[in-house]
Structures are given as structure tokens and as C-alpha cells.
Design a protein around this ligand. Structure first.
Ligand code: FES
Ligand code: MG
Length: 588
């Protein structure tokens, strides 16, 4: 595969007259200047490092507890070399890392906290620009949200997906096959030894999940938004071209500082509209809905659920990738990667071609010559992999502020369906009863899960794709309608209504649903209706008591008190918007 050439960005004169922000630290010839320079000199930085060259932060989410980001020390070194080559002064710093597989009760609980760490770390330090290293699901929105609230020149560098998983000669994908193989183990179809072998075979290289789950989706969003370099989405983590891209990003951020191109000039309304269209084209994760709304509102762009429905409605899914298809990110890369998707969408009028990107070219200039090397993996708009790759936004008396469903992951026969509710009050209630064959449920029922939203779980965990009752699985039922205020993993699928707002724990109508109620899902009409009259709902509301608080101190208390609902991006209310980069006072 070839990628558009990135112009060589050797040292160039400043094109802005504005003194660099870092000079408020390093140009001081007094006690404070001594503080700012002297302690840095302990690493061997000579006096000329402080001469006014752009100081670039490398914001690193490396952690052994975030396996998807475990190669980020290497990527940071390549960014560093690029910055030095372009005449900048690189300074790497760590921020809170979020490992999707390790963190309990869910990594999403910490996205806003991590974004605060990023924001404050950038603002408080003598930085003129920043390169954001991100990979595992939540690290991408956390870093972009934090950087957006400061609004310095910024480039995102994704860590790249793992190589394709291969076991017994067949591809296996992150998450998607984890679920199927654990079921094979439970039913005795594979041994524990095979199970352990598959663990090492699935995740056999560094990088993030190599299905089109949330991490790959967000890496595509970075490229589609123009905040990453061309090719950012799909180059495998261990491919040398990932290091080349990191080095080019290091060179390029110095140029962005010299030209004073800040993040808000990249993250425009047009950029977000492009990203929503691309999400449809890749059949991307529902999690992107929450993250992009939160990011947009940090930078000052109005974006809401209706935009997702309107813009994604006419976009077909072009890529045959797991969870809904056959291939993996390595195949996507070898087929040409995201540039092929962007070109295809743009040629069909679905992309704002003039949106500027961090490499100094428009998204169209970057992708106009993209070639596809495998039409099985990346299809055309005329002959797509699946129709309707976008996100359907549902409203009704059960979701006054909206809910989402991914039509490309749903079953056609359930897209218009009325069924009897089988209600689970909590995730524990679900686990306690789902395996009981006495549970009164059949494939026409609608499973309803409460108290798994932002405040309820807390952290809006990926539990919305509830496991089906074994007695239905044994009869060959593979999907029934499931609705909740939770999210689901980008690697999952099914007729699953997610992100119901307001959530049950906030007193949304979801809290009032009782087993036996009739519910109608109508995706075409974009509606979700609970057939219970207002008098009865008022009676139930009077009897409803909110769940007890999760904590009386700490981050958890702050989170539950201040988190917004899913339709508003589940950000903290006090983090919406930006404060810019100024800091008023010296530290001594
Ligand atoms: Fe990190 Fe999937 S667990 S990207
Ligand atoms: Mg996940």
C-alpha cells in the first residue's frame, strides 16, 4: 500500500509573529527563569534549547496495565526524533492511562478524569504544542477532549492495531471471538488447554484490538477528523510504517506551532460531519457517538444525536471487518486502509473535501489518489458490504432524550418489533436469573436492563449486549431485542438499543418499566415506545426511589454528581467547553 507523501518539514522560519507560549517560562532572566531552565538542565539540555524553539509535549499513555499501549515508549522515541529534526524541543510526559481489559468497574468511568489530567498537564507546563499518543479505547477520547479544552496545536498519533489473530489456521478477532470461544469452553467443544493457546494466538503482537471495535473506530475518527496524519487508522502497531508516521507527526507538530494552527482550526463542524460519515462507512462502534459529542462540545462545536442520525442515515458500510464481517485491521491496512474509504465517500458527495488536516492539506488532497488493493475487504458505495452503516437514533416515551442502535449489527426481522418486557433491575439481577430455565422469556420478548448508565453502573459499562438465556440459545435463537442505558463493546452485535437517556438511575422512564409491559421498537420510524399510559406511569414514578449513592467521597462521588447523560457525551458538566492555554501566575 502507498500513502500520500507527507512533505518534508525541515526547520523553517516562524510564520507567526506571536511569541511562543513557552517563552513565558524560558525567556525569563530572573529567579523564575533560573527555576524553569536549571532543573531541566539536569538532563543535559544546553542553554540553546531555551532560545525560543517550539517546545512540544509528547503526551504518553504508556502503561503495562494498558497492554494495547505497551509499545508507546518506542512510538514516543520516533515522535521525539521527528521533533528534533524539525528544530523543536521535545518533552515527554505521562498521563493517566486507561486499559479497557483491566479497569473495573469500567474504563469509561475514568475517561473524564483522564481528560482532566491531560488538560491540566498541557496547560500548566511550558508547551507550545502537543502530540497525543493514544490506542486503547478510552485513551483516544480522553486525550482529545483534554487537548481540546486547551486548544494548542495538537496532533494525534494512534498506536495501531495488533496483527490479525490466528489460531489453528483461522483468523480470530479481538473480543468477537473471545465471546464465541468462551462459550465453546463452557459447552465442552474445546479444552482448557486450547482456550489458553487461543489467548496467546489472538493477541500475538503489540497494538490495540484488531477488529473494528472502539479502538480501531476511534483511530479512524482521528484520521477522518484530520487531527491525525494520513494512514493513522490502520497501520499495524508493529509495522515500521507506524514508526515512520510517528516521526512525520513529530516533524509536523513543530511546523503547526510555527504556523500557529491550533486544534480548533482542525476540529471544525465540517470535520465532525466527515467523521460521522466515515463512521458509517466503516460500520464503526456506537461508542464513537458518545465520544465525538463530548469532544465537539469541548472545542465549541455544536453536535448532537440528531446529527448522527441525519448524517449517517445515507451512508453504507463499505468494510467487511469483524464484528459484522470477516476480516481484521491488518487486512484493512493491506487493502489500502481508511484513505480508500474516505476517497469512496468523497467521490459520492459524502465528505466535506475542503476540511483541513494537520499535515497541511485538505482531507481530499490527502486521499484523492488512494487505491484499493482488495475489493473484498473494502467495497464501493455502489456495491456496499452492508446498507446503513450509520447509527440510528431512537426517541419516544421510553427515551425522551434519545437512544442509539447500530442497524448494521442488528437482525432485519427485529427492526420493527413489539414484545413483552422482561426486566432486570441491575446487572446482578441479570446474572442471577439469566441462566435459569424457569425464567419466563421467549424470542418475542424484549430484555430490559436498568441502572447501567453513567450514574447507574456507574460509568456506563459495556453490558448492553446482554447474554441470551441458554434455553433460547439451545433452540437456535441468536438474537432478541435488548434495551438498556448501557453501552456495548464495539466488537459486539445484535438488535441492541443502547444509551437510553435519561438513564434509569437519573429517573428516566426506563426506571418505570415493569416485566410484562409491551414495548415497540421501530427503527425505520426511529421510535421506542412503552405502551403504558401516563396515569400509570405517574403512579409508578411516585413509588420510585432513586438508587442509593455509590460512594460518599472521592472521584466516584464527583462522577455520579456531575456526569452528563449519554446524549450529551457523558462528560462532566463543568468540563464542557475550553479554558484555553493562559496561566496567570508564577509558581514561586
Ligand atoms: Fe484495548 Fe481493545 S482492549 S483496544
Ligand atoms: Mg471496550
Amino acid at each position: 500500500p502507498t500513502f500520500p507523501r507527507i512533505p518534508d518539514n525541515g526547520p523553517r522560519p516562524m510564520t507567526t509573529k506571536k511569541p511562543l507560549r513557552s517563552q513565558a517560562w524560558f525567556a525569563r532572566q530572573d529567579k523564575m527563569g533560573f527555576y524553569y531552565r536549571s532543573w531541566l538542565k539536569n538532563r543535559g539540555f544546553p542553554q540553546d534549547q531555551f532560545d525560543g524553539r517550539p517546545v512540544i509535549g509528547i503526551c504518553n499513555t504508556w502503561s503495562e496495565l494498558t497492554p494495547c499501549n505497551s509499545h508507546f515508549r518506542t512510538i514516543a522515541e520516533h515522535v521525539r526524533w521527528g521533533i528534533l529534526e524539525a528544530g523543536g524541543f521535545p518533552l515527554e510526559f505521562p498521563v493517566m492511562s486507561l486499559g479497557e481489559t483491566m479497569l473495573r468497574p469500567t474504563a469509561m468511568l475514568f475517561r473524564n478524569l483522564a481528560s482532566m489530567v491531560v488538560e491540566e498537564s498541557i496547560r500548566a507546563n511550558p508547551l507550545d504544542g502537543v502530540v497525543l499518543l493514544m490506542g486503547c479505547d478510552k485513551t483516544t477520547p480522553a486525550l482529545l477532549m483534554g487537548a481540546a479544552s486547551v486548544d494548542l496545536p495538537s496532533i494525534g498519533v494512534s498506536g495501531g492495531p495488533m496483527l490479525r489473530g490466528v489460531y489453528k489456521g483461522r483468523p480470530i478477532g479481538s473480543g468477537t471471538n473471545t465471546i464465541s470461544m468462551s462459550e465453546q469452553l463452557r459447552s465442552g467443544q474445546i479444552t482448557l488447554h486450547e482456550f489458553h493457546e487461543a489467548e496467546a494466538s489472538m493477541h500475538r503482537s503489540q497494538g490495540h484490538c484488531m477488529t473494528m471495535g472502539t479502538a480501531s473506530t476511534m483511530a479512524c475518527m482521528v484520521e477522518a477528523l484530520g487531527v491525525g496524519m494520513p494512514g493513522n487508522a490502520a497501520i499495524p502497531a508493529v509495522d515500521a510504517r507506524r514508526n515512520l508516521l510517528a516521526r512525520e507527526a513529530g516533524r509536523r507538530i513543530v511546523e503547526l506551532v510555527r504556523q500557529d494552527v491550533v486544534l480548533s482550526q482542525i476540529l471544525t463542524r465540517e470535520a465532525f460531519e466527515n467523521a460521522i460519515r466515515v463512521n458509517g462507512g466503516i460500520g464503526g462502534s456506537t461508542n464513537a457517538v458518545v465520544h465525538l459529542i463530548a469532544m465537539a462540545r469541548r472545542i465549541g462545536v455544536e453536535l448532537d444525536l440528531d446529527d448522527w442520525d441525519r448524517l449517517g442515515r445515507e451512508v453504507h458500510c463499505l468494510v467487511d471487518l469483524m464484528p459484522s464481517g470477516r476480516f481484521l485491521m491488518e487486512d484493512f491496512f493491506e487493502a489500502g486502509g481508511l484513505p480508500v474509504v474516505v476517497r469512496e465517500l468523497a467521490e459520492n458527495g459524502l465528505i466535506h473535501k475542503d476540511a483541513m488536516t494537520v499535515n497541511g492539506r485538505t482531507i481530499w488532497e490527502n486521499n484523492r489518489n488512494a487505491e484499493c488493493w482488495n475489493r473484498e475487504v473494502i467495497r464501493t458505495v455502489g456495491a456496499p458490504f452492508k446498507p446503513n452503516g450509520g447509527i440510528a437514533v431512537l426517541k419516544g416515551n421510553l427515551a425522551p432524550d434519545g437512544a442509539v442502535l447500530k442497524p448494521s449489527a442488528a437482525s432485519p426481522h427485529l427492526m420493527k418489533h413489539t414484545g413483552r418486557a422482561v426486566v432486570f433491575e441491575t446487572i446482578e439481577d441479570l446474572h442471577a436469573r439469566i441462566n435459569d430455565d424457569a425464567l419466563d422469556i421467549d424470542e418475542t420478548c424484549i430484555m430490559v436492563l436498568k441502572n447501567c448508565g453513567p450514574k447507574g453502573y456507574p460509568g456506563m459499562a459495556e453490558v448492553g449486549n446482554m447474554p441470551l438465556p441458554p434455553k433460547l440459545l439451545r433452540r437456535g435463537v441468536t438474537d432478541i431485542v435488548r434495551i438498556s442505558d448501557a453501552r456495548m463493546s464495539g466488537t459486539a452485535y445484535g438488535t441492541v438499543v443502547l444509551h437510553i437517556a435519561p438513564e434509569a438511575a437519573a429517573g428516566g422512564p426506563l426506571a418505570l418499566v415493569a416485566t410484562g409491559d409491551l414495548i415497540t421498537l421501530d427503527v425505520e420510524a426511529r421510535s421506542l415506545h412503552l405502551h403504558v399510559n401516563d396515569v400509570e406511569l405517574a403512579r409508578r414514578r411516585a413509588a420510585w426511589t432513586p438508587p442509593a449513592p455509590h460512594a460518599d467521597r472521592g472521584h466516584l462521588k464527583l462522577y455520579v454528581e456531575r456526569v452528563l447523560q449519554a446524549n450529551d457525551g457523558a462528560d462532566f458538566d463543568f468540563l464542557v467547553g475550553k479554558s484555553g492555554a493562559p496561566v496567570a501566575r508564577d509558581n514561586h
